[in-house]
Design a protein around this ligand. Sequence first.
Ligand SMILES: O=C(CO)[C@H](O)[C@H](O)COP(=O)(O)O
Ligand SMILES: [Fe+2]
Length: 219
Amino acid sequence: MKQPLVIAPSILSADFARLGEDTRGALEAGADWVHFDVMDNHYVPNLTIGPLVCQALRDFGITAPIDVHLMIEPVDRIIPDFAEAGASVISIHPESTRHLDRSLSLIRECGCKAGIVLNPATPLDVLDWVSDKIDLVLLMSVNPGFGGQKFIPSALTKLKQARRIIDDSELEIRLEIDGGVKPDNAADIIAAGADTLVAGSAIFGSNDYAGVIRALRGH
Ligand SMILES: O=C(CO)[C@H](O)[C@H](O)COP(=O)(O)O
Ligand SMILES: [Fe+2]
């Protein structure tokens, strides 16, 4: 069953020199979660932020769920560090770990919700074998590594298929979409079955966070 819509601004597009203020600004403007992109210059060709920055946001007073998207390889070593630093959800790409079942179990053992992230060309089949171990499926609608890319249209077909799989499972699993989400494609994305929208450049590239967040919700 579809859950209430969540808007998760990707802080990848925030001003890193004012990360606390920008994050707070997006939440005060109506966002629900903070999407936290972790890149290692190995799994993806870019390098971003780690547990210290997650902890810094908590210390700054950010209480909203922090949705950690790990684009790193390997993942197991860093999962407990993110849990301790205040992560709420930790999502991993199946090809970034040798033992997916073990890594997903580790996320829950550390007290976080577990997510699986599928790249644009990665099939949905893996969901058959991990559905009892996940709280969230994140479909990438761009190739991971950078903000500000164009939405890949086939992600809409994949969203519809993932929605059917989740509904058939009768499990409480969120369906999140990440990459190129904008006010002008949000309605189609929601209609295709997404209940959690990540948006980085659309929100932080605007000087009206509240207006963009309202538009993403379709208001
Ligand atoms: O995971 C990501 C990139 O790998 C980002 O979350 C994503 O690209 C968000 O940025 P934008 O909304 O600007 O596309
Ligand atoms: Fe992301």
